[in-house]
Design a protein around this ligand. Structure first.
Ligand code: FPP
Length: 244
């Protein structure tokens, strides 16, 4: 158990940190619009919030952090916005990878990376290989990711592997998902006040605690992350059973 580092929480108050936090980073466009800026400015600020959030996860001793950076539905956005987001992800990877590696971050990518073209897909493969043995934080980037598509792909994989209906259990099926080596999220956060899960980790969030926060993603940082963990600590998790 790690010590809380929230400014609002006395250091002697320790609480269970979630093992896996997943975040739907929403509100970049509204952040930019409120300032009369182009949407890309919101995404750029969003990338800074990504950096702050990774550091906050490390500071709190959260071992798994999953960020929804690009959904399979985001391909429907105008081509210039898709290009801006792709550029930002590339730029982020090139600029931050060395530092992430130094901090002990293991990068995992889920989603259809090949849709971004072979160059970025290969860079992502290389980044995963380079950081594979790091243990401080597993950072899962969901890009061109959709929960339903992931489940359909898992069904196909199981069938191709010749798994019989009798052999399919919840546990064995999980092994065919892209998150096979990851624990399920304990806490799912969505920023910007929207209250939807938007096709994110549909199988994996079955028992996640969900927190919808009003602030926009570019304003997210250490204080908001700490507040989310404090909120999580007040939840009574029953997993369908009766309260103790
Ligand atoms: C939602 O805001 C956010 C996204 C579609 C993309 C998230 C991208 C980033 C945080 C920046 C780049 C990522 C990395 C990993 C460097 P929105 O555009 O839907 O906002 P709106 O609902 O206010 O329009």
């Amino acid at each position: 158990m790690s010590e809380p580092v929230s400014p609002g929480v006395p250091r002697h108050v320790a609480f269970d940190v979630p093992r896996h936090v997943a975040i739907i980073m929403d509100g970049n466009g509204r952040w930019a619009k409120a300032r009369g800026l182009p949407r890309v400015a919101g995404h750029r600020e969003g990338a800074k919030a990504v950096r702050r959030t990774i550091q906050a996860a490390i500071d709190h001793g959260v071992p798994y952090l999953t960020l929804f950076a690009f959904s399979s539905e985001n391909w429907q956005r105008p081509a210039d916005e898709v290009a801006d987001l792709t550029f930002l992800m590339k730029h982020y990877l090139r600029n931050e990878l060395a530092e992430l590696h130094e901090k002990g971050v293991r990068l995992r990518v889920i989603g259809e990376r090949e849709r971004f073209g072979p160059a970025l897909a290969e860079e992502l493969d290389a980044a995963e290989r380079k950081t594979a043995s790091n243990t401080k934080l597993t950072l899962v980037m969901a890009i061109s990711y959709g929960g339903r598509a992931e489940i359909v792909t898992a069904v196909k994989r199981a069938m191709l592997a010749g798994v019989s209906p009798q052999e399919i259990t919840e546990q064995s099926f999980s092994g065919f998902l892209s998150t096979a080596d990851l624990p399920d999220p304990d806490l799912l956060i969505r920023t910007s006040g929207e209250q939807r899960v938007s096709n994110f980790l549909l199988w994996q969030i079955a028992y996640a605690e969900i927190l919808f926060t009003p602030g926009l993603w570019p304003d997210f940082g250490a204080a908001e992350f700490a507040a989310a963990l404090e909120n999580y600590a007040t939840r009574e998790r029953r997993f369908g059973a009766r309260p103790v």
